[in-house]
Design a protein around this ligand. Structure first.
Ligand code: ZN
Length: 156
């Protein structure tokens, strides 16, 4: 299918299919935050849509967003049992509209690796953060498929 689309020149043409992400528990809050990204961090918004399309076409999965913005109170709640946080509270990229989390419970280990590799290969080079996507464990939340992106300003 991809091969035929490429042959027909569809990939670079104006026919770019759009696959929208879904939201945990059909949350209005997440939907509003996703729309707010158009103003707050359009590059992150575009990366979400890019991954939604990738997951649909390559993995036959929906991208389900579980978190975008995180308040200071939510950050404190997540790390309330962390001695490191207690000693010196730290911020998350989520508190600056620079990250989203992807629901991963229904993804296989191989599918998660495919997503992590796809985002890192595509975005690390232009990302202010050195790593775009990681699958890691955080206090009170279990494993979490975290993606972060702000476009680097290029000095010429
Ligand atoms: Zn995260």
């Amino acid at each position: 299918m991809d091969f035929i689309l490429k042959l027909l020149g569809f990939y670079k043409a104006e026919v770019i299919p759009m696959v929208s992400p879904m939201f945990k528990n059909d949350s209005e809050r997440l939907k509003n935050e996703y729309n707010a990204l158009i103003d707050k961090n359009k590059d992150l918004y575009d990366a979400i849509n890019d991954l939604a399309l990738f997951m649909r076409t390559k993995l036959n999965k929906s991208l389900i967003i579980t978190m975008i913005y995180r308040t200071d109170e939510e950050q404190a709640e997540i790390y309330k049992n962390s001695p490191k946080y207690k000693e010196k509270p730290f911020k998350s990229p989520h508190q600056f509209w620079q990250a989203w989390d992807t629901h991963s419970l229904d993804l296989s280990t191989a599918q998660i690796s495919t997503i992590v590799d796809y985002l890192n290969q595509k975005y690390n080079e232009t990302n202010y953060y050195s790593v775009t996507c990681m699958y890691h464990e955080i206090d009170n939340l279990g494993y979490h498929l975290h993606s972060q992106f702000i476009k680097k300003t290029i000095n010429k």
